[in-house]
Ligand binder design. Structure first.
Ligand SMILES: Nc1nc2c(ncn2[C@@H]2O[C@H](COP(=O)(O)OP(=O)(O)OP(=O)(O)O)[C@@H](O)[C@H]2O)c(=O)[nH]1
Length: 301
């Protein structure tokens, strides 16, 4: 008998959800950067473990929503958790029981009532082993977790045990995705995410998430290569210059880095063309939201 189900990863921004997802799934499907709040879509990765299929929902970081986009992200995060068979809360070992974690804990009972919730203390490579016991009991006093794991998503410590446990928690049933499918994101969206990641890394603090990337066209060529055209949408005229850089230097570097990553991912040659356009209202356009896997109305006032 096979098993299959969903695991929702929740936690504060930067807790390491994308890193863990990538490790469990074994391929890079979600973007990982040093910046917070990079995950927008409810990206799923599918991990196989023995007879079990575990589908991970990588939720946007939970944080206090202000703008429409933020509210939609938070609604998407909790939506993912409420549908899951197991909820996995990631807490950073060196930060412990922060106010943000406390807020998540107080919302847990209401939002995901009846679902098993496990705790994964992540980034244990950053702290002394002695401190972990105290942290474990402190967190378990704050919430009765079904199980506590100590892991390093980055180094792979403890992640095997975690996977083993999650697999056993999945309900019996047929696989939800074909076995060879790594993520249910279309290639076009993966390619757009790669470009957005490179932009985010390159621009640092200058443009938090006021830009979006869309793949306009994807053409398969006879020689086995692909021509990919993408548009980078910015919210303001002034941002266009920042994205382009002096003499187009920034966009060229971004394009090169994104092309290289996409080529490695696909295992073949890619011709990538980026165009920067100003679209003042994109943050409030419904269409943009569905392309990011979010529900526009969730962000409503
Ligand atoms: N030292 C250490 N760093 C880690 C570990 N896991 C993740 N990180 C780092 O923590 C940062 C954030 O990781 P992400 O996986 O992007 O975090 P996230 O929770 O998906 O973040 P959001 O998308 O903002 O919600 C990255 O710089 C990771 O390299 C770990 O086990 N140890």
């Amino acid at each position: 008998m096979t098993r299959a189900g969903f695991v929702a990863l929740i936690g504060e921004p930067n807790a390491g959800k994308s890193t863990l997802l990538n490790r469990m799934v074994g391929a890079k499907v979600s973007i990982v950067t040093h910046k917070v709040q990079t995950t927008r879509a409810r990206i799923r990765g599918v991990a196989m473990h023995g007879d079990a299929q575990v589908v991970f929902v990588d939720t946007p970081g939970l944080f206090r929503p202000r703008r429409r986009l933020d509210r939609a992200m938070v609604a998407a995060a909790w939506g993912g958790a409420a549908d899951a068979d197991v909820v996995l809360l990631l807490v950073e070992a060196h930060r412990g029981l922060t106010d943000g974690v406390k807020e998540i804990l107080s919302a847990l009972d209401e939002r995901v009532a009846g679902r098993p919730v496990a705790l994964a203390i992540n980034k244990i490579d950053k702290v002394k082993a002695e401190s972990l016991l105290a942290l474990t009991s402190e967190l378990n006093e704050a919430h009765a977790f079904e199980k506590t794991f100590m892991i390093s998503a980055e180094r792979g410590y403890g992640t095997e045990d975690l996977m083993e446990w999650l697999a056993a928690k999945m309900p019996e049933g047929p696989f939800l995705y074909p076995e060879d499918q790594l993520a249910d994101l279309p290639l076009r969206m993966i390619a757009a995410e790669m470009t957005r990641e490179k932009l985010t890394l390159r621009l640092h603090q200058e443009l938090p998430y006021e830009l979006t990337v869309e793949t306009e066209s994807w053409e398969e060529r006879k020689d086995g290569s692909a021509r990919v055209d993408q548009i980078v949408y910015v919210a303001r005229d002034g941002h266009k210059g920042i994205v382009l850089g002096g003499g187009g230097e920034t966009i060229k570097a971004v394009s090169k880095a994104a092309r290289e990553e996409l080529q490695e991912f696909l295992g073949r040659k890619v011709h990538l063309f980026l165009t920067v356009k100003v679209r003042p209202n994109w943050l409030d356009e419904a269409e943009r939201y569905s392309e990011m896997g979010l529900d526009f109305k969730d962000g409503g006032a």
